[in-house]
Design a protein around this ligand. Structure first.
Ligand code: NAD
Length: 506
């Protein structure tokens, strides 16, 4: 372990345009998941820091200019932020890799996607009509429905895509004219901290964007319950999301939840009819399950494959999973980084143990890899793991693992495939692989998940809504609905020729 005394403590709480330490003076070490060494000390905020940040955001909303800034100016600012992200892509991509353990290339792609989110919401608001005129049935009545910012937004984000998840909230919140307090995951705050500086550089007025670094049970809980917060948008696990909804209920604030998933990847035999098609389906199944070590809310960790092709499919999957190059995300040639924390790795190990006890057959992985020059001792590495002969009653099939674990189930008929794919309390995303276009559309129509891929896995578009059915969440991010989350709707009814009503005679 590095001596933390050598580390420079960073001021990572930003309130009303000023960087600060925590009011209590507390700090937290941020660890590099590749070697478990701390690389920076950040402020460990608590309820007191949170209250100050909410006060600043409230003031900026109630008394500041941002909510009334013309839409074209707000859009221009968002586009400047996108340009600054492009300028700092290398630095931010590297920081994301160090913080979250992903490869630098993944980090760079994340930053590109963050810039895309800012551009998308800039274009969306800039192109909108100012309101919807409603025909009130009389020339003497002018009736219009307008959208206004909702107020102070509390934005709580997870560690797997730290800046990307934050951008899906920050960009629409700003585009709509809100002020906000963001709370990144306590273990991966660095790129969100960096974004706050870029927002100021782009010209955002002080007090509009505030950040409090610190734990969920103090900072996050306070944000969710605070009566001066008008909306809480949360991305994270089901347990924390439920607590957020409960804490938010007494003040009847708007709540948006992006939670976990248990995402089926359904492969029909006809998708493997040629060698080329087989190779594509296997390659994509590998990518679906193991990109970012499976720490993806939409990870395709549940392979549901037609029985007739199972053996060949699983053998090739296991062979390729065993060849994935694990290592520190900044090393050349590394394809997959470590898990984010020791806690996360222990959770994955417990799921694999329970699966093996319940009768799953291990085809690949199932353990920590040996250290190597690219994989320092102490890093939270875990081998990509393929578990065959799984069934729907197993804990590993029912619960979100959030790690590099792929379970294999089989089906014989289309109905059976659909029933298996829908047999989850979650409903975030799923895929169907088939050469039969009719079946593809039929199955896509029957799957109860927020995103369905046909002959693909993982792509998303900022223009298309993202979110889940069932316990995968409430509300949507991205697309027009992702902007609507951050708005109130107001009906303005104007009588151009008022007269007495005379309901009351006296
Ligand atoms: P988590 O729930 O542990 O934490 C998420 C955030 O919530 C963190 O900032 C944390 O500090 C905070 N938090 C924790 N307890 C809280 C509380 N009581 N009140 C308020 N805030 C609290 O999740 P995680 O481990 O950081 O992230 C992994 C989870 O996120 C997975 O379940 C994954 O599926 C989900 N996720 C979902 C999406 C999506 O788009 N649906 C995207 C990414 C991640």
């Amino acid at each position: 372990m590095a001596d933390t005394a050598e580390l420079q403590a960073r001021k990572t709480i930003h309130v009303d345009g000023e960087w600060r330490e925590a009011a209590s003076g507390a700090t937290r070490e941020i660890l590099d998941p590749a070697d478990a060494r701390p690389f920076v000390l950040v402020a460990e905020g608590d309820e007191k820091d949170t209250d100050l940040a909410i006060e600043a955001a409230r003031r900026a909303f109630d008394q500041g200019d941002w909510p009334h800034t013309p839409v074209a100016e707000r859009a221009a600012l968002l586009r400047r932020v996108a340009d600054l992200l492009v300028r700092d892509r290398e630095e931010l991509g590297l920081l994301e890799s160090r913080d979250a353990g992903k490869t630098v290339e993944e980090g760079r792609v994340d930053i590109d996607c963050v810039a895309d989110a800012f551009r998308y919401f800039a274009d969306l608001v800039a192109g909108e009509a100012p309101g919807r005129v409603v025909d009130a049935g009389s020339p003497e009545i002018h009736s219009v429905v307008v959208h206004e910012p909702i107020g102070v937004c509390a934005l709580i984000t997870p560690w797997n895509y730290p800046l990307l998840q934050a951008s899906w909230k920050i960009a629409p919140a700003l585009a709509a004219g809100n002020t906000f307090v963001v709370k990144p995951s306590e273990i991966t705050p660095m790129t969100t901290v960096a974004l706050i500086d870029l927002l100021a550089e782009a010209g955002l007025p002080a007090g509009v964007a505030n950040i409090v670094t610190g734990p969920g049970h103090t900072v996050g809980a306070r944000l969710a319950e605070h009566p001066d917060v008008d909306l809480v948008s949360f991305t994270g696990g089901l347990v924390s999301g439920t607590k957020v909804a409960q804490a938010a209920a007494p003040s009847v604030k708007k709540v948006a939840l992006e939670l976990g998933g248990k995402n089926p990847n359904v492969v029909f035999a006809d998708a493997c009819a040629t060698d080329e098609a087989f190779d594509t389906a296997v390659d994509q199944a590998l990518n679906a399950a193991f990109i970012h070590s499976g720490q993806v809310c939409s990870a395709g960790g549940r392979l549901i494959v037609e029985e007739s092709v199972r053996d060949r499919f699983v053998a090739e999957l296991a062979r390729r999973a065993g060849r994935i190059r694990l290592g520190r995300g900044t090393e050349d040639g590394v394809e997959c980084g470590p898990l984010v924390s020791e806690q996360q790795r222990a959770k994955v190990e417990a799921y694999v143990d329970s699966a093996l006890k319940e009768g799953a057959v291990l085809r690949s992985g199932g353990k920590r890899p040996e250290p190597s020059p690219q994989r320092p001792e102490g890093g939270y590495f875990y081998e990509p793991t393929v578990l065959d002969r799984c069934h729907r009653e197993m804990k590993v099939v029912r619960e979100e693992v959030f790690g590099p674990v792929l379970t294999v189930e089989t089906f014989r008929t289309e109905d059976e495939a659909v029933a298996l794919a829908n047999d989850t309390e979650y409903g975030l995303a799923g895929a169907v692989w088939t050469a039969d276009a009719g079946r593809a559309r039929r199955v896509a129509g029957r799957l109860r998940h927020g995103t369905i891929w046909i002959n693909d896995f993982h792509p998303y578009l900022p223009q298309a809504e993202w979110g889940g059915f069932g316990k995968s969440g409430v509300g949507r991010e991205l697309g027009p609905a992702g902007l609507a989350e951050y708005r109130e709707t107001k009906h303005i009814y104007q009588n151009l020729a008022p007269k007495p009503v005379r309901w009351f005679a006296g």
